[in-house]
Design a protein around this ligand. Structure first.
Ligand SMILES: Nc1ncnc2c1ncn2[C@@H]1O[C@H](COP(=O)(O)OP(=O)(O)OP(=O)(O)O)[C@@H](O)[C@H]1O
Ligand SMILES: [Mg+2]
Length: 661
């Protein structure tokens, strides 16, 4: 389960109080550093088997053949190590026998050949196992990445508005994903370590059980150094967590294209570099302290290990003297203890690595399991291709974690072929209602129906196929102009040209170096940069290209110039070739011709009717409309003063007839 985050300890890396980057802290990133810093060996061994089992499942899914080969060959190598040591004992035994040297050599020859054959086999197995485990890496990466992206593209949109979900996603993606192949590799190293220690233990047990404590005695100092170093590393990483997070955010700000212009215009360079220097200096000091301490620990481990080996030699000497073992066995025991010592060190080292990577990987697993549990709450009723009337009745909706409802008791109707407008002040719930009608959010109360079919009974994909939404915060996909319009659908030249023309994007595309094949992102060679309004036309073309029964346009003209805006509203008004349009806009002059206008205020429909009806009501709509119209009616006077008489805008906010595009 995901752990509760601890507060940073006082000794953690902190920027001076006067620095503004103290706001850049995000605790989510450091979720496991606290636990790692406090890791106890017992806790580690309790949790590890589950982690390893989870990893084994992933590796198995990635490639059964490579997983099975790696495990089998590593196990066989361990068994061969044991047999190799026993064969070595036989060689030494034959060599230390009484008699002439040639005879002793002859007697030792079969065992010697066996030692050679075993060493050759072990080397071959080791090479193949390392090849298969290298092959496993990209396959594991693919499996885990694919699973994450399947989950993130499938979950309900509302999940992204839930802070817990987003944090978990960031953790799963930032570290969980990258640790997956590492945890597989380290789990294999753990296995190699276990097999190596088991081989040494079994050889010593066969030779003389009294030798077993000597292995432990000789191996422990270096194993202690490995564990101690790992814990110091964890603690350092905990201390550095906040520091690194800030550094990353600063680094992003200094290299990102989106912040590049403002960074220069507000001359932020010196400020950001100074903040970076402060953090880098602190990080370096902490890193150097760690390096010094690790060196002391490693040296201590090596020194004590050598002393322990000296003690082992003395003990072997005493055992020889007491005739508890023959000289040949003592020689093999030294080799077995040496091999066991290095396996024990490797085991401890990889146990720590595996545990560390495993914790982050468990974030990934927890996220995927949670996201996969999110049910598609919709039914499987086939929705009608089109509708005669789309009805929202008493719709209520509160965003996850929201204190007040974004929509309350909203009822409305859209008939086929109509243009219906939603107007209202900022935050009144227009976009939210549009997303509910588009089936992107599920209402908490009430329902939306296509004729007699509640849309919650229609599978989401089916429903979304029939609705085209031009989003208020549309995405500037870093893809070609064509892909930005077809959005994954098959490209049809004629439809593409019609959609571009309807959106006023024809000229934009003509001006691109490679027409529809131009990448709309300067990071690509030959990529082009579009202006805000040009992008908006592409996004509108996207909506027109989709042959959907309902077209929802949420503020489609926010970045358009007056002439394009007028042309677009004309298209929407006349267009739509029988299409039904839901139009959301603050340009009230443009909704005069709508078949019906719904006015939203604080999540409720407060007025509805045609423009004329609403004007007669003298309510919110009439107030907003008059306010806008009066602002425009002043405009010509000001323009005249500046010599720009009669420019583009008439009293109702429309471009003047002479300039219409
Ligand atoms: N993803 C979200 N999570 C939580 N609350 C949200 C979210 N999106 C919008 N809200 C809240 O819901 C309310 C309605 O927002 P909505 O975007 O529907 O307004 P709007 O009428 O489209 O406004 P605008 O004219 O500014 O586009 C607002 O109070 C807003 O703060
Ligand atoms: Mg909006």
């Amino acid at each position: 389960m995901l752990l509760r985050r601890r507060k940073p300890s006082p000794q953690q890396c902190s920027a001076p109080a006067e620095s503004a980057d103290h706001q850049l802290v995000d605790g989510a990133w450091e979720s496991y550093d606290a636990e790692l810093a406090a890791a106890r060996f017992s806790g580690m061994t309790r949790r590890l088997p589950r982690l390893v089992a989870q990893v084994a499942r992933v590796a198995w899914k990635a490639s059964r053949r490579d997983t099975a080969t790696t495990l089998t060959l590593d196990l066989l190598s361990g068994v061969l190590t044991a047999f190799g040591l026993l064969a070595t004992a036989q060689v030494l035994h034959a060599l230390f026998e009484e008699g002439p040297t040639p005879a002793r050599l002859r007697a030792a020859l079969p065992a010697l050949l066996l030692v050679g054959a075993i060493a050759g086999l072990r080397m071959a197995f080791g090479l193949i196992a390392s090849w298969t485990s290298t092959r496993l890496r990209p396959q594991v990466e693919r499996v885990v990445e694919r699973r994450l992206f399947e989950a993130t593209t499938r979950v309900d949109l509302a999940a992204f508005d839930t802070p817990g979900f987003y944090d978990a996603l960031q953790r799963a993606r930032d570290r969980g994903l990258s640790e997956a192949p590492r945890v597989v590799q380290t789990a294999v190293s753990v296995l190699i370590g276990v097999v190596g220690v088991a081989a040494a233990v079994s050889v010593l047990a066969v030779l003389q059980p009294l030798l077993l404590p000597l292995l432990l005695f000789a191996g422990l100092p270096e194993a202690w150094a490995a564990v101690h170093n790992a814990r110091m590393r964890y603690r350092t990483s905990y201390e550095l967590a906040v520091c690194r997070r800030r550094k990353w955010i600063l680094a992003d700000l200094m290299v990102d294209r989106r912040s590049a212009a403002e960074l220069r215009s507000f001359t932020m360079r010196g400020f950001l570099l100074a903040a970076y220097d402060r953090l880098a200096t602190q990080e370096r000091a902490i890193q150097l302290r760690l390096a010094r301490r690790q060196m002391i620990t490693t040296t201590t481990g090596d020194l004590v290990g050598s002393l322990a080996m000296g003690v082992v030699f003395v003990a072997l000497g005493l055992m020889l003297d007491a005739r508890l073992l023959p000289l040949s066995v003592a020689g093999t025991a030294v080799l077995a203890i040496r091999a066991g010592q290095s396996s024990l060190y490797g085991l401890m080292y990889s146990l720590n690595q595996c545990y560390e990577s495993g914790l982050y990987f468990s974030d990934y697993l927890a996220f995927c399991e949670e996201a996969e549990k999110t049910p598609d709450r919709r039914g499987d009723r086939p929705g009608p291709q089109d509708f005669t009337t789309m009805t929202a009745s008493q719709v209520g909706f509160t965003y996850p974690g929201g204190l007040t409802p974004a929509l309350r008791g909203v009822s409305m109707e859209i008939h086929r072929g109509e243009t219906v407008a939603l107007v209202g002040e900022n935050g009144s719930g227009k976009s939210t209602l549009a997303k509910i009608l588009a089936g992107l959010y599920e209402p908490d109360e009430g329902e939306v129906r296509w004729d007699d079919v509640p849309i919650r009974e229609v599978p989401s994909e089916d429903l979304r196929e029939r609705i085209a939404v031009i989003m208020q915060d549309f995405t500037r996909w870093p893809m070609t102009a064509q892909d930005n319009i077809t959005m994954g659908r098959e490209a049809d030249g004629e439809r593409l040209a019609k959609a571009a023309a309807a959106a006023g994007a024809e000229q934009v595309i003509k001006d691109l170096p490679n027409s529809y094949d131009t990448h709309l992102d300067r990071r690509f060679r030959g990529g082009a940069e579009l202006s805000g309004g040009q992008w908006q036309r592409i996004a509108i073309a996207r909506g027109f290209y989709r042959d959907a029964a309902l077209l929802i346009c949420d503020e489609p003209t926010a970045s358009l110039d007056a002439r394009s805006e007028h042309a677009l509203f004309e298209t929407i008004r006349t267009n739509a070739e029988g299409r039904t349009v839901l139009l959301i806009t603050h340009r009230l002059a443009s909704v005069r011709a709508a078949d019906r206008i719904y006015v939203l205020d604080h999540g409720q429909v407060v007025e509805q009717g045609t423009h004329q009806q609403l004007m007669r009501q003298h309510g919110l709509y009439a107030e907003l409309y008059t306010l806008q119209a009066s602002a425009y009616s002043d405009a010509p006077t000001e323009c005249e003063a500046s010599g720009e008489a009669q420019r583009r805008v008439s009293a109702d906010g429309q471009p003047s007839p002479g300039r219409r595009g």
